[in-house]
Design a protein around this ligand. Sequence first.
Ligand SMILES: Cc1cc2nc3c(=O)[nH]c(=O)nc-3n(C[C@H](O)[C@H](O)[C@H](O)COP(=O)(O)OP(=O)(O)OC[C@H]3O[C@@H](n4cnc5c(N)ncnc54)[C@H](O)[C@@H]3O)c2cc1C
Ligand code: FES
Length: 339
Amino acid sequence: MSYQVTLQPSGHQFNVEPGQTILEAALMAGFALPYGCRNGACGACKGKILAGRVDYGAAQEGTLTAEDRKQGLALFCCAMPESDLTLEVREVSAVKDIPVKTLPCRVERLEKLCHDVMGIWLKLPSSERLQFLPGQYIDFLLKDGRRRSLSLANAPEEDQLLELHMRYVPGGFFSEHVFHNMKVKDIMRINGPLGSFFLRESDKPAIFVAGGTGFAPIKSILTHAFHQGVKRQMVLYWGARALRDLYMPELPARWQQEHDNFTFIPVIQSPLPEETWHGRTGHVHEAVLADFSDLSGYQVYACGAPAMVAAARRDFVARGLPEAEFFSDSFDFQSGPAT
Ligand SMILES: Cc1cc2nc3c(=O)[nH]c(=O)nc-3n(C[C@H](O)[C@H](O)[C@H](O)COP(=O)(O)OP(=O)(O)OC[C@H]3O[C@@H](n4cnc5c(N)ncnc54)[C@H](O)[C@@H]3O)c2cc1C
Ligand code: FES
């Protein structure tokens, strides 16, 4: 039998199915409760039961003491409802609510997504999970104090592995390592989550503009939005230099089939002579300009090369987009060791 949970003070409600923890069900319903390890060890998910009963599950004694239980506290990553519940919990609504951690991780899978994009899947130690807002990124901590940022492509509710999409930069310090030396089971160090590129609550239609691997954080944002049942209109313009650079286009094409409120427009800058392409061509942000004569009622989320992001900001604001409604992650280069 499923039970209903009401969160206070927000009033948000969701159902917990048999066998699910409160945290699992909340994340699946798109509500971001705070958490860390997801296995009863860190205490980050501790909250108060205002009404109802729970099975405390695998909560560890040192993390949830007898005194905690007496005070009505539970670890929501372990607890399962035994009745309808009202819980007091501070939902995560902003970057400042999420702890930034430095963690070791293991390379679990490496897969070429196209000729110059590597998919990297990372596994954290079993006692750790990385809470993040869809759209955020992590930094790899490398030799000589170098850091390289990569955006998280998985949605937070699918966090068994962290998914990253990395484009090859010839001669690049980290690129050369990832494409030629990195192996499954390698141990790396990461720091995150970082950044403030996430979907803002609004009724305005959202225009997403991705250049190349700028699709990665947008994949996370859109997967999560579909999961939450977001109903606002959303359109994705995804630009690539040639057709062969557009990796996993079948995913947004499938989203378009599945969701009436989503449209996918791939834009190929200049198809190679051997490529057959009947779709849009040119620069990705210019395709948006060609389709919208007035952007005053929209939000824009742009991610990719710095030049594309800067041109999009300039030209969209000139087309009426309020500057405060332009959100971006610019893939700036971070060459050289830290000083
Ligand atoms: C917030 C943020 C998120 C990011 N997310 C991603 C992501 O999800 N996927 C991804 O592929 N990249 C992403 N990047 C870019 C990434 O962090 C690195 O900058 C990139 O992978 C190159 O690193 P490198 O060590 O291989 O090259 P470097 O050793 O840093 O650079 C070698 C040379 O190539 C030039 N160069 C570096 N990058 C580029 C480029 N993109 N195009 C042309 N010339 C370049 C440099 O100026 C330098 O001369 C992100 C950057 C930021 C700031
Ligand atoms: S105890 Fe760590 S998330 Fe629940």
